[in-house]
Write a protein of this length. Structure first.
Length: 241
């Protein structure tokens, strides 16, 4: 890591967070390289979105997270998105770009965000900003915010990488985020591997079982593959975003 990385924080955890964001960017970039121009037009795992829409969203998300970093740097409030309608319009319009332009935009916006993180003084990482769901968080949270977006939407590209391609640490952290967003006393998640454990309401009558990767896929609303349930059929996971 370059000396510029010290602008983020001198602590190892901060360096790890930046490295994780870069690894997630590489994950998506490699998947994009495996797709032909025509394949970008195919459906993603998200209803109503092609792969183009997923790439467009990730590019627009980099710009949006960058606005939060700018907010922390300057103290001038710059929300992620002007409105939900503007966000959706920008994604739809970006998805119409030529394939080479669209993929270049993904790379360029990711690079610009990385540079913004590097330039943010250590004293500004604790500044509070407001995420897309309205939650107030420190600027340091933008690292994980972006990282999670990349890993999950990389799977959404439907380009041969499932949740089992994600690092265990990323799966576990994503699953904890999802469960924390659910109403209390709803469901128990029984993980069958790589670590056998239960997450969620231990007294819940309803339970979902599967590997960490499969349960994360179910919990994020992507798939029911590899899942067994105390209910039949397997229920839909509660909304988390």
């Amino acid at each position: 890591m370059s000396n510029d990385a010290k602008a983020i924080n001198n602590t190892e955890p901060a360096n790890t967070e930046l490295a994780s964001a870069r690894a997630a960017t590489t994950f998506v970039a490699d998947l994009l390289c495996s797709l032909s121009d025509a394949q970008l037009d195919a459906d993603s795992l998200l209803p109503g979105w092609t792969r183009r829409h997923v790439v467009a969203h990730l590019a627009q998300n980099a710009l949006a997270v960058g606005r939060l970093v700018s907010w922390a740097a300057t103290g001038v409030e710059t929300p992620m998105y002007e409105s939900r309608e503007v966000r959706d319009r920008d994604i739809d319009e970006t998805a119409l770009l030529a394939p080479s332009t669209l993929c270049a935009l993904f790379r360029d916006t990711a690079t610009a965000l990385d540079e913004a993180w590097l330039a943010l003084p250590e004293s500004r990482w604790s500044c509070e900003v407001r995420g897309g769901q309205g939650r107030v968080v420190p600027a340091s949270a933008t690292l994980w915010m972006r990282t999670r977006e990349l890993w999950v939407h990389g799977v959404d590209l439907n380009a041969g990488a499932g949740f089992d391609a994600l690092p265990e640490r990323m799966l576990r952290r994503t699953l904890v985020d999802v469960v924390a967003s659910w109403p209390a006393d709803r469901i128990r998640l029984d993980l069958t591997g790589p670590t056998v454990e239960s997450i969620g309401d231990q007294n819940a009558q309803n339970s979902i079982s599967g590997s960490l990767a499969d349960v994360t896929g179910w919990a994020t609303g992507r798939t029911t593959l590899g899942i067994s349930s105390s209910e039949s059929p397997v229920p839909t996971a509660p909304n988390w975003l």
